[in-house]
Write a new protein. Structure first.
Length: 476
């Protein structure tokens, strides 16, 4: 059996733990292109749903707080729940901060799953939904329909009834492109249940080789087993002292030897490490631990040793403060990958701090601060201040707008006057005009932009889309 744990509010709960004053307030998290990805329960009351534009969500709820979606931060919060699941199951596969799969013994573990979700939901202060089935796709949709804290069990043979109302377009499978969906729509197939109403022969004619895969998914056979992706694979090297250590010099020599052994093991496996952690073990079996993300994947002895010395320097206060001597060190490499950082090294051979490397170093510094001082130690400025429609442009037009206006144009197509906010503006001069082409709804649309001076005094940029006009910029 496969268990799917769904945590749709983990990003919202993380932001509320980082920023005071968000509890009980409508909150939405946006990704690229200002698309809403996560919505709090308070915002759903106003009709705000994932997939909307941030401007549309703001129109539905005036006091909606819009924050950027920071996946790395939410994964750090979800890692605590993944660790708890790894205690109960040896095969755990996190897909995103919101979805995690785990293998369980059989259907009789429902009471244990119920108890586990209740404890995790109480500790995390958010609802957790669980679904159990024989495949990942059925377990996921069972979790969607399950109430919080009550696992939904799908018995073998009942998968088709659960998936009957699932739209094929909403499944997000890469092979199912728009052309495939168009062919299925011609046959009247929009949901997985519609596949049982047509013959296999007609389905093969319409979609070809994908027909067999669609038929298997419709009965809950996705052919996707749970992969053991958590805890992530690691390599470690340790050194035990024959005497009590209270100074730094023996630790540096021990770290050099551990780094050398780790470098040899990574070279043998043809892998690179992107994360390194150091553990100092004391005589009373207690320990201190520090971890950091490396500037880039590496397996060289010099890179690993330099990172280990940085971690040791951060723990210097713990060494001098505690009077308990040290008995050993443990150096652990995680985030193993087949990719190297050789491209970054080729780009930035003179230390010019290229954007990709700067971004990696920034993420490493943020993760260190959050691991030591808490997730809420570092916040983005957009989370503390409301977004404003003003950008620093290279031209004097600083206000970025997108307002539809009524424009009267001359025979040459240039604007003569327009009305904005119930006020008439007359065009005194056209300072500049040019044509642009943009991609809208799978079509190339040609637009004409006019930079104009108006009376009353003002500078604007008017953009014409066919017969429609919009103000896209204004003077600050």
């Amino acid at each position: 059996m496969i268990a799917c744990f769904l945590m749709p509010q983990i990003a919202i709960a993380t932001e509320r733990s980082r920023i005071e004053g968000l509890w009980g307030e409508p909150v939405a998290l946006t990704g690229e292109n200002e698309i809403v990805l996560c919505v709090s329960e308070e915002a759903k009351v106003y009709g705000v749903e994932p997939g909307q534009k941030s401007s549309g969500a703001k129109a539905l709820c005036a006091n909606l707080r819009l924050l950027p979606y920071e996946r790395d931060c939410y994964e750090q919060a979800a890692a605590l729940i993944w660790d708890a699941l790894a205690v109960e199951s040896s095969v755990v596969e996190p897909v995103s901060p919101e979805i995690c799969y785990a293998e369980v013994d059989d259907r009789h573990v429902v009471p244990q799953i119920r108890s586990l979700t209740e404890r995790l939901a109480f500790a995390a202060k958010m609802p957790i939904h669980a679904g159990l089935a024989s495949s990942k796709i059925v377990a996921r949709y069972a979790a969607y329909s399950a109430p919080a804290g009550e696992p939904a069990l799908v018995y073998p043979g009942c998968e088709s009834s659960l998936l009957a109302e699932v739209p094929i377009a909403s499944m997000g499978i890469p092979d199912f492109d728009s052309e495939l969906l168009r062919r299925l729509d011609k046959l009247g197939v929009r949901n997985l249940g519609d596949l049982h109403t047509i013959s296999q022969r007609n389905l093969n004619r319409a979609v070809g080789k994908v027909a067999m895969r669609l038929s298997r998914i419709a009965i809950g056979l996705d052919g996707d087993p749970v992969r053991p992706a958590w805890p992530r694979p690691t390599l470690s090297a340790s050194h035990n002292f024959d005497y009590e250590v209270t100074g730094v010099e023996p630790l540096e020599e021990a770290l050099r030897r551990c780094s050398l052994r780790l470098s040899g093991a990574l070279t043998t496996r043809q892998e690179f490490a992107s994360r390194l952690s150091l553990r100092l073990i004391r005589e009373d079996c207690s320990y201190s631990r520090q971890e950091e993300r490396l500037p880039g994947p590496t397996r060289s002895h010099g890179g690993l040793n330099a990172a280990a010395l940085r971690l040791l320097h951060r723990m210097h206060s713990d060494i001098t403060r505690d009077e308990i001597p040290l008995t050993g060190v443990l150096l652990e490499a995680a985030g193993l990958t087949l990719a190297s950082a050789i491209q970054l090294e080729l780009i930035d051979v003179h230390g010019n701090q290229m954007p990709a490397e700067t971004r990696l170093k920034l993420h490493a510094a943020l993760e260190y601060l959050r691991s030591r001082f808490g997730i809420g130690a570092v916040l983005p400025g957009s989370a503390l201040h409301r977004a404003r429609r003003i950008d620093y442009w290279t031209s004097p037009f600083c206000h970025q707008l997108n307002e539809p206006v009524e424009v009267m144009s001359g025979k040459d197509g240039a604007p003569i006057r327009f009305w904005r906010r119930q006020k008439l503006y007359r065009v005194c001069a056209v300072l500049n005009d040019w044509c642009e082409t943009c991609w809208v709804w799978n079509e190339l649309i040609k637009t004409t932009v006019f930079r104009i001076e108006t009376e009353p005094c003002g500078l604007f940029e008017l953009r014409r889309f066919g017969a429609a006009w919009r103000i896209t910029a204004a003077q600050d």
